[in-house]
Structure formats: C-alpha cells, structure tokens
Design a protein around this ligand. Structure first.
Ligand code: BG6
Length: 304
C-alpha cells in the first residue's frame, strides 16, 4: 500500500499518524510504513505489511505485546513480534517445503480499507487481502480475508475469510500473539490444564497437560478443541499478564524456543526468549477450517 493512500485514509483522525519503521526503530532498514496510534485509551503501532499489530499498551498498563528488538522490517521477511497472522497454512506447507512457513499473509501488504475513531475512544482499523489481486501462484484457492482491529482498553480482533473459488477450501490459521513477559521462570499459562496436546518438539507425539504450562524447556505444543479462555500469569509478581478469549478459535498453540533455539534465530537472538511467550489461537491440524465455495467463516479474539 502506498504512503499517500495511507495518509489519505488517516487525515480525519486525531489519534493516528503515519511513520516509517526506520524512524521508529533506528535499526530497521530498508523500512516499512507503520501506523502509530496515540488515543485517549491506548498506544499502538501497526504495520499494513502483514496487517500486524506490533505494539499495544492500554493507558496505565504495561505493554501487552513483545516486538523483537532484532525484528526485520523488509519486504519478504515476517516481522518478529506483535500479532502476525499465520494463514492459509500453519507451520510448514503440507506438501511443498519451499513455500513460506506459516503461509504468505504475514509476508504481504494488506490494503487498509478503513480507519474509524469512536466517541468512546476506541479506534478501529479494517485490513483486507484478496488473493485475486495480489497472490496467484502460492496457493491453489482464491479467498478474501478481512481483519478488523478495535483498539481501546483491550485488543479486539475479528477475522472473516470468504472462499471466492469454486472448490471447498482448507484454511489453517492462527493469531500468533507474542506476549511480553519479565520473568520466564515465573510465567505460567492457565486454561489448558487437563487437555491433550501434540508436542512439536517430540515429532508430534500426543501428551497430556497435567498442570498449568510452565517454561523450563523448549515449549511448542498444539492443543485442539480448547475452551475459549486462557490466561498468562506471573507467579512471582502475583499478576495477570494477559487474559485471552477466542471465539471460533478451536486451537491453541503455545511456543517458547528456550535458550539454544532462540540464540540460533537471527531475529530473536541470545536470551531473547526470556522476553516473550506465544499463546496463539486459531484453527490448525484437525481443527482446520473447510470453507465451502462462496461461503465465509469468522473468528474473534479479545486480549486484555
Ligand atoms: C510456532 C510454531 O507457532 O511458531 C513453532 O509452533 C515455530 O514450531 C514458531 O518455530 C515460529 O515460527 P516462525 O516461522 O515465525 O519462525
């Protein structure tokens, strides 16, 4: 999306300005356009590339999201942190390892369809991506996807996918949220206790989640048909870092790479894993969406 188009969209709003990742994050080169929100209720930074919320802080609270200090702001590379959208497949492509991990939506520019400010102080942005306009070679199906973000005291996301082709479309996806934490040893995730999960660190073997999730080793777990709500807590400080509520998001994925893997990942780096946990919600593995021709499916997520 062109800077001029973005500028035209935000001229009537008081809370939103346009910046460039080079100006906001000094190490970012060559740079991407970013939307910066400073409203009565929150501060946020968003990227139309990937339709990705990068930073979010409701006024008077700690930052909710982690954005890697080593994130790359360059076409073709996913931005590490915030809430990337993984779709239309999750993880490696099922049959072609040359295709990008977690699909192509986090590596492409979305159109900003509208920007609104409400009298209650919330700001709403609608992002659109249409495979018929922008992506014809990477996927066998045609779809339109709309992501609405409402930012205020909480983050509200609404996702709608329309299958505009003539065959049933498999659609696997996740809101891949990176939550900011201060103390990995004292961090635990509640709301998945008692569930079975597929352990991605053990060739997808099925395991049982006996207690709350803690992060003493690499954690890469896929939970299916989960309940709507989870929380991230810090035991040492006795605080709730985030409450997560998904609607039509049957799966949860919990990920932290731990010391060795983090050090190998260029955009995380040594000890970067101490600053975040990912608790993702979406529809993956057996929970994958199958959307009939000319039909749509929707999902929502609230973070606070
Ligand atoms: C998680 C996966 O969702 O994303 C992990 O479960 C993966 O297996 C992680 O390593 C990060 O993926 P990427 O492509 O952003 O490096």
């Amino acid at each position: 999306m062109k800077i001029n188009d973005l500028q035209a969209l935000i001229t009537d709003t008081n809370s939103i300005s346009l910046s460039n990742s080079i100006e906001l994050y000094r190490s970012a080169k060559p740079g991407l356009p970013l939307l910066v929100i400073d409203s009565p209720l929150c501060n946020a930074v968003l990227s139309p590339y990937g339709a990705q919320l990068l930073e979010f802080k409701s006024k008077g609270k700690a930052p909710l999201l982690w954005l890697s200090p080593k994130a790359v702001f360059e076409q073709g590379v996913p931005i590490r942190g915030g809430i990337p959208i993984c779709a239309p497949w999750f993880g490696p492509h099922p049959t072609d390892s040359h295709k990008p991990n977690h699909g192509f939506l986090r590596n492409n520019h979305w159109a900003v369809e509208s920007v609104e400010e409400f009298s209650n102080g919330e700001v709403k942005l609608d992002f659109l991506f249409d495979t018929q306009n922008t992506e014809t070679k990477t996927y066998d199906y045609y779809f339109q996807i709309k992501l609405s973000m409402t930012l205020g005291e909480s983050v509200k996301l609404a996702l709608t996918v329309v299958n505009v082709g003539d065959a049933e479309m498999p659609f696997s996806w996740a809101f891949h949220t990176y939550f900011a934490i201060n103390n990995l040893d004292a961090t635990r995730v509640t709301g998945l206790t008692g569930e079975e999960y597929l352990d991605q660190t053990k060739a997808l073997s099925t395991c049982s989640q006996v207690d709350d999730i803690t992060f003493t080793n690499e954690v890469d777990r896929v939970y299916q048909e989960v309940g709507e709500e989870q929380s991230i807590r810090c035991d040492r400080e006795g605080t709730v870092i985030a409450n997560i509520k998904g609607h039509s998001c049957p799966s949860a994925i919990v990920w932290n790479p731990q010391t060795e893997l983090a050090a190998k990942m260029k955009d995380i780096g040594p000890n970067g894993h101490l600053q975040f946990v990912c608790v993702e919600r979406g529809a993956v593995f057996n929970d994958i969406w199958r959307i009939k021709p000319m039909s749509s499916m929707t999902a929502g997520l609230i973070l606070q």
